[in-house]
Design a protein around this ligand. Sequence first.
Ligand code: NAD
Length: 480
Amino acid sequence: MQIQNYIDGIFVKPKNERYLKNIDPSTGKAYGGIPDSSQEDVNNAIKAAKKAFPVWSNLTASERSTHLGRVASRIEERIDELASAESLDNGKPLKLARAVDIPRAADNFRFYASAILHENSEIHDMGINGFNYTTRRPIGVVACISPWNLPLYLFTWKIAPALAAGNTVVAKPSEITPATAYILSQILDEVNFPKGVLNIIHGTGLGVGEPLISHPEVPVISFTGGTKTGERINKIAASSFKKISLELGGKNPNIIFSDCDFDQMLKTTLQSSFANQGQICLCGSRILVERSIYNRFLKFFILKTKELRIGPPSDINTQIGAIVSSDHRDKILSCIQLAKDEGGIIECGGVSVNLGGENSGGYFVAPTIITGLDMNCRTNQEEIFGPVVTVMPFDSENEAIDLANNSQYGLASTIWTNDLKKAHRVANKIDTGIVWVNSWLVRDLRTPFGGAKNSGIGREGGFESLRFFTEPKNIYIDLK
Ligand code: NAD
């Protein structure tokens, strides 16, 4: 697959004609090329988006909705091809890509195609004196930058509301997983999406990402990725007062009280620990267990984790696929080494796995459970973003809350208990943007999504996104 940029409705090579290798993480072999684009390509894309803005922003909500709906339908029609491409590119099990990633990408377009029809404006009545009304207008050219872990899912999660609100977009997928973003550009072409409204540029953070967010004609940035990158983007954006949404890293606590439904908790905790090889920002990587059930939990958790099937992503029976890149595999292994150096006990996993045959060069890591560490060590403070969890006991509700909040991050948390009052109490005291009680990763696209502390700035989802991608203007009418 030789990927091209998509600018002003045309597939184009990068101006410098340079390409990066696209690697299949399950074999370690290159299977295609990605444009290593630069400032010139970014400038062309921004020019196209700026030219398209007046027409797109003046379409009715219903017209924009129709365009978005067509994209959603075409994603659904090409679901098998998109799921295979996502799995090949990212290393995630094909089953997961088919069941979650691609349907959700279609849902993102479908949801905002509908949401924009239900948006309304506010009036603040001042009685006989007058009244205020607030309009919300699209802002201009939006930069959307996304990571590699849920490639098309997160890419479209920003693009769809930005477009629905009437902005035009220059979007950059991760250079590690560009394939489905490229297929999305083919889809735009197939459904005759208006030219220049959504431009997709491939390349690195420095080659494309930074020129894009620094550009004076880009007043809005929606970014999902690591906290370090977010910090850099935040600094650059601050100097020119750009509007910014940052969805960043996490180190999510999974708090398990002894009065929970044990079987349901165990089943879901396996998922929340190791789904997508633990490469979901919402995975619960710090597992806190009430001491009275700690030994029982650990015994069954280790047993079930050892049963998880590590295999080629395309195999329908695979539960744990490949890590996205050799660099990331090495980072995960170095985190495991650090845990050992800090005195951690590797209860299972802890090693890379060679599947042999055509997958012998693939990047596989066994799901890993670590005990024996306290909350202040680096292993419990730094994001690993792989199939690695730590398990720690606690003795009281307050201790569980303190341990959970002992983190620079505040993205998501999970609480397991059948005590209704306790569930509400703890949920209210945990410093995370999202709390799941007796569940994990249940998503309702209407709800605000995002993190506290170093997990980000702002919220995406529902009308929050439409508000972010528009500029409010209050108009006062005097009646006196
Ligand atoms: P990353 O920060 O390395 O890269 C994310 C994107 O930013 C990529 O497209 C990359 O090319 C681009 N980029 C890199 N440097 C840039 C720069 N200087 N300017 C502009 N763009 C730049 O993150 P990653 O490794 O791709 O993704 C993993 C991280 O993403 C983890 O920390 C994870 O927790 C986080 N994440 C957060 C959420 C969330 O919703 N909060 C969701 C998924 C992933």
